[in-house]
Design a protein around this ligand. Structure first.
Ligand code: HEM
Ligand code: CA
Length: 270
């Protein structure tokens, strides 16, 4: 049977309540699921993606995962309340619920991810992308994960929500004016604003000249500087439905990397 051994409807609404009490958790849950998967190498077939391997050392201590203890801890009570769900499924379900809660697409959830037993399966440090770098690096990382240029651009559109924290990454600020909303505004801002270096931040990041409130990483800017990426930025800036559809497919693929025998959960009725 496809029916999961936990009350998915009740769990979904518990996660929604958690986010409604603390809106900033929404984006951090999306980032948690992404970094858990982002350790994968599709050529070597290692890195323990979608296995909650980030609970363990050394992965939880990688610099790129700074700050992700916050969403991990926030989900811990649900693992107690619904012991039959794996951490790996819980993290992905929470990200899907967060995306939908923020106004993004509803992504069909499949369950059956198996948790790593310890840190021996963690991928090496350095597999997550570096925001200070540009297209050659971004393409190398996403090719290693198994994504093409179109999927890469769609995925990075997740920077429509959330923000950078000096204490976690050394970068500072949100990408869009509504950091708790999920739509194509990352792409519209990228194309419509004039981006200049922010002299107040030690690391190299850009700010919009008009309000100076928004930010872009060098790795975000490369999406309009590289013509092969730029055509998808233009596509998604002009078509929010297309962004939702392509993001949904790419994020589902990301959160199913390296998994076997997943089963479709019953569709959610809204
Ligand atoms: C946040 C880099 C791709 C989702 C961040 C932060 C950095 C970063 C530096 C700030 C972390 C902090 O200080 O708290 C990058 C780079 C990417 C990339 C270099 C690729 C070139 C992605 C992808 C997704 C994603 C593919 C999801 C599909 C997020 C979200 C946040 C975030 C939602 C906000 C977290 C929060 O508000 O707590 N990213 N990212 N990013 N990233 Fe990315
Ligand atoms: Ca992992």
């Amino acid at each position: 049977a496809n029916e999961p051994p936990f009350d998915i409807k009740s769990l979904r609404s518990d996660i929604e309540m958690l986010i409604s009490d603390n809106l900033d958790l929404g984006p951090s849950l999306v980032r948690l699921a992404w970094h858990e998967a982002g350790s994968y190498d599709c050529f070597k077939k290692d890195g323990a993606p979608n296995s909650a391997s980030m609970r363990f050392k050394p992965e939880c201590q990688y610099e790129g995962n700074n700050g992700l203890e916050v969403p991990r801890k926030a989900l811990e009570p649900f693992k107690k309340k619904y012991p039959q769900i794996s951490y790996a499924d819980l993290w992905v379900l929470a990200a899907y619920v967060a995306i939908e809660y923020m106004g993004g697409p509803s992504i069909p959830f499949s369950w059956g991810r198996v948790d790593a037993k310890d840190g021996s399966v963690c991928g090496p440090d350095g597999r997550l992308p570096d925001g200070a770098k540009t297209q050659d690096h971004v393409r190398e990382v996403f090719t290693r994960l198994g994504f093409n240029d179109q999927e890469t651009v769609a995925l990075i559109g997740a920077h429509t929500c959330g923000e950078c924290h000096i204490k976690y990454s050394g970068f500072d600020g949100p990408w869009t004016h509504d950091k708790n909303g999920f739509d194509n505004s990352f792409f519209t801002q990228l194309l419509s604003e004039e981006w200049v270096v922010n002299p107040k931040i030690q690391k190299m990041q850009l700010m919009d000249r008009a309000t100076t409130k928004l930010m872009m990483l060098p790795s975000d800017m490369c999406l309009i500087l590289d013509p092969k990426y730029r055509k998808y930025v233009e596509l998604y800036a002009n078509d929010n439905d297309r962004f939702n559809k392509d993001f949904s497919a790419a994020f589902k693929k990301l959160t199913e990397l390296g998994t076997k025998n997943l089963r479709k959960a019953p569709a959610v009725e809204c």
